[in-house]
Design a protein around this ligand. Structure first.
Ligand SMILES: [Zn+2]
Length: 147
């Protein structure tokens, strides 16, 4: 019952933001163009939808030392959080070398999402075009999260 009520709130917020997941994916695809990925050649873009309807985008940013590399999803989250956002509805992720390939958030990004999102509600949108989407709840991709 509680879950259903939260789902209604989430759906309303999504509706009031007037953006579809296809459009959110297009934002991720656009953000992917800024990817800095000379080492892997795997370009990723992300678009994070906040409850107030704002969208924060991010791309992956690699580094010669490898471990300082930041994923597109975390770039988007850190931009949003540093601007004061705390409530998130969904994130779209677009990745691939030349063309888009199925691309899912890494474990580190999933854990960052779990820090700020309701794992039962937050949705992750993946796909190879705005018309070819898979939608997951965070709980599906990160069962039994830490914290
Ligand atoms: Zn990641």
């Amino acid at each position: 019952m509680v879950l259903k009520q939260m789902e209604d709130i989430s759906t309303k917020a999504l509706r009031s933001s007037q953006i579809s997941y296809g459009e959110l994916m297009k934002c991720a695809m656009e953000a992917r163009k800024n990817s800095y990925s000379p080492y892997s050649g795997f370009k990723v873009g992300a678009a994070l939808l906040c409850r107030d309807g704002k969208i924060y985008t991010g791309c992956n940013i690699e580094n010669a030392a490898y471990s300082p590399t930041n994923c597109a999803e975390r770039t988007a989250f850190f931009k949003a959080i540093s601007e004061g956002q705390r409530e998130f509805l969904a994130i779209a992720v677009a990745g691939g070398r030349e063309e888009l390939e199925p691309c899912y958030p890494c474990g580190v990004c999933r854990q960052v999402m779990a820090e700020f999102c309701d794992v039962e509600q937050f949705e992750i949108v993946c796909g190879t075009s705005a018309n070819d989407l898979e939608v997951f709840r965070l709980k599906e991709l990160l069962p039994k999260n830490f914290g």
